[in-house]
Design a protein around this ligand. Sequence first.
Ligand SMILES: Nc1ncnc2c1ncn2[C@@H]1O[C@H](COP(=O)(O)OP(=O)(O)OP(=O)(O)O)[C@@H](O)[C@H]1O
Ligand SMILES: [Mg+2]
Length: 155
Amino acid sequence: MARLELTSSSPEETERLAGRLARRLLVGNVVTVSGELGTGKTTFVRGACRALGIEVPVTSPTFTIGHRYPGNPDVSHLDLFRFKGVSPAEWGDLEPYFEDAICFVEWPEAAARVLPPVRVAVRLSHVDREHRTIEVESDDRQLLAEVSGDVDARV
Ligand SMILES: Nc1ncnc2c1ncn2[C@@H]1O[C@H](COP(=O)(O)OP(=O)(O)OP(=O)(O)O)[C@@H](O)[C@H]1O
Ligand SMILES: [Mg+2]
């Protein structure tokens, strides 16, 4: 597993970084997006969705299980904040989001045991009001190189 660590200075920069990552994704890929409240997980997913051609507003699905945005391919966005674990019945509700879509999962910890293989694991953390550390882990070094773009990167 290779790992990249970047600093973002604004929501826009987080969106751009997510966009560079998104362009390497394929249908069926799962991306986990972890981090404390307000670190920018939904902002990251929004940037990825924009790069994937999703034009409708991308909002937090905190009060629903998730969103599935039609596109080419579809993009799913799950938020498992309220989950403690995932029962078989709950997995029955979640599974369709993974089928024939690129799927972003906020608060993936509760579902760690049932998630399909994760292509990229993203973790955001607070530095100060407008700076965030963004760690990206993947077996795909090419993907990490593209995510790092022109920003100062350590792989
Ligand atoms: N560098 C940055 N990257 C991302 N968001 C930032 C940054 N700097 C400030 N912000 C702000 O932090 C907030 C992040 O909100 P967002 O909903 O994306 O977080 P979240 O991690 O999804 O929260 P939650 O845990 O509630 O789901 C937004 O208000 C955004 O403007
Ligand atoms: Mg969120």
